[in-house]
Design a protein around this ligand. Structure first.
Ligand code: ADP
Length: 496
């Protein structure tokens, strides 16, 4: 096994204990508590980080409030856009170090981490263009008084935003939320996942270096219940944006009612991927395999339910077996690896539990299902494919968040849409076909925030992203996310 050499600055970064960033100063938690960050490929501690508590949450929210009411308000849109561009440049200049840091704490293959950094840079640049384009309108009102009346709308930043993000795309998830925060003139308290706080710390260091004023972005690290929960309940937070499990999303929504925070939620999925009878089998099966195994399946849009037309089932299963077994499972820093470890022992236990319960529920294992024999350490699991003829097993119905695909066959077009939509989730759906009419008819019928035709996991900052049903509230990216971080004020002027 070979290993990529870490960039020298990364060693220095890892040797410094991670701290909170509140009101422009790096500091320890008030309690002095810390927690360890592990490399999931080696199960080795790589750094330790401050464990914040509710007193630190209070401090961070107060700093974000002071910055919001203070000089940040006076920053012109062009100046905010300039800060975002500078930040994107700093991230790009350090792209390799950022990618290595993502791989170290999340586990994903370095090539994918590099892709995540490139995407994060382009998203920052996209949001850098927004501050100068957030505009209100003048409206043709008809007042009962008959007076001439001017009515116009102002778009104002919503205020202090709590950003609670997960570990699966630990840089991108911060950027998806910080981009619109900075573009709209809000301020933020960022809470990364406890599994991946390091990339957030490095990103916030770059935010500081880019010249973003103190208090505009604050960082608090630690466990969800100890930091995320008091943040979600905090009476001086105006908006909460959360990406994570549906279970925690429901807690966040409840916590937000105390002061009626605005809430954006991007939650779980069990996304249906459909292969029609006319599809190019090789291309569709490759797309299906990539759609589930990408990022070790730890993706909210993972293509985890595959509906294959009965006539293609055997061919597709052969192709899936070929793609699954071709994966090289290993540490993300080994250039040969195409599938890294799961993020944590807990995640491995969850996925292993599903593999066992799937069999017990009667699903047939086509390939995988084991921990790879050649790897002694690390949270590794083989990419796995089930066939479920009844579509009743837990692996056909529940979100697994691992590299586990469940295949079903279909033959009745009338039933297909109902089966695909029969899920509490509605994040993504896909289909593989060359039949233009069938493609667009199905796209209209699938209950999902993203529909991918002859592709999967295409995400672009210009296009909205979010879920139907229990996959979330609201949309990220695009002009839709600007609405989520702004209030609209209607101003009437009586001109009589
Ligand atoms: P996962 O189960 O995949 O780790 P979670 O939804 O638990 O996903 O975590 C996503 C984010 O939510 C993380 O930053 C985590 O610390 C945070 N979190 C977990 N529990 C809570 C909670 N009760 N309140 C607020 N945030 C939480």
């Amino acid at each position: 096994m070979s290993t990529v050499q870490l960039v020298p600055e990364l060693h220095a970064f890892l040797d410094r204990p991670g701290q909170l960033f509140i009101g422009g100063s790096w500091q320890d938690a008030r309690s002095g508590e810390r927690f360890e960050v592990e490399n999931p490929a080696e199960q080795r501690v790589i750094s330790d980080v401050a464990q914040a508590g509710s007193a630190d949450v209070d401090d961070a929210v107060a700093a974000a409030r002071a910055a919001f009411e203070g000089p940040w308000r006076q920053y012109s849109p062009a100046r905010r856009g300039g800060l975002l561009l500078r930040l994107a440049d700093l991230m790009e200049a350090e792209a390799e170090g950022l990618a290595q840091l993502i791989t170290l704490e999340n586990g994903k293959p370095l090539g994918m981490a590099r892709g995540e950094v490139a995407s994060a840079v382009s998203i920052m640049r996209y949001f850098a263009g927004w501050p100068t384009k957030i505009e209100g309108s003048t409206l043709p009102v008809s007042p009962a008084s008959g007076h001439p009346m001017l009515n116009y709308t102002l778009r104002e930043p919503v205020g202090v935003c709590a950003l609670i993000v997960p570990w699966n795309f630990p840089l991108n998830m911060c950027v998806w939320k910080l981009g619109p925060v900075l573009a709209t003139g809000c301020t933020a308290v960022l809470k990364p996942a406890e599994q991946t706080p390091l990339i957030a710390i490095r990103l916030v260091q770059l935010i500081e270096a880019a010249g973003v004023p103190p208090g505009v972005v604050n960082l608090i690290t630690g466990q969800g219940q100890r930091v995320g929960a008091p943040l979600a309940e905090h009476p001086d937070v105006d908006k909460i944006a959360f990406t994570g499990s549906t279970q925690v999303g429901k807690l966040i929504a409840q916590a937000a009612t105390g002061n009626m925070k605005k809430v954006s939620l991007e939650l779980g999925g069990k996304s249906p991927n459909i292969i029609l009878a006319d599809a190019d089998v090789k291309r569709a099966a490759k797309g299906a395999a990539d759609g589930i195994f990408y990022n070790q399946g730890q993706v909210c849009t993972a293509a985890s339910r595959l509906y294959v037309h009965q006539s293609l089932l055997d061919d597709v299963l052969d192709e899936l077996r070929r793609h699954a077994t071709a994966h090289v499972v290993g540490p993300g820093l080994d250039p040969a690896s195409t599938l890294g470890p799961l993020v944590s022992q807990r995640q491995l236990d969850t996925v292993s539990g599903y593999l066992q319960r799937g069999l017990a529920d009667g699903a047939e294992l086509i390939c995988g299902g084991q921990r790879p024999a050649h790897l002694e350490r690390g949270h590794f699991i083989e990419p796995s494919v089930f066939l479920d003829r009844q579509e009743r097993s837990c692996v056909a119905r529940e979100e697994i968040f691992g590299p586990v695909l469940t295949v079903m066959s279909w033959s009745e077009p009338e039933e297909l849409v109902a089966r695909a939509n029969d899920s509490p989730y509605g994040l993504a759906a896909g289909l593989w076909t060359n039949d233009l009419r069938a493609a667009h008819q199905l796209a209209a019928q699938l209950k999902a925030g993203s529909v991918w035709i002859n592709c999967w996991n295409v995400v672009d900052p210009a296009s909205p992203f979010g879920g139907y049903k229990q996959s979330g509230w609201g949309r990220e990216m695009s002009k839709h996310v600007i609405d989520a971080y702004t209030e609209t004020k209607s101003v009437f002027v009586d001109l009589a």
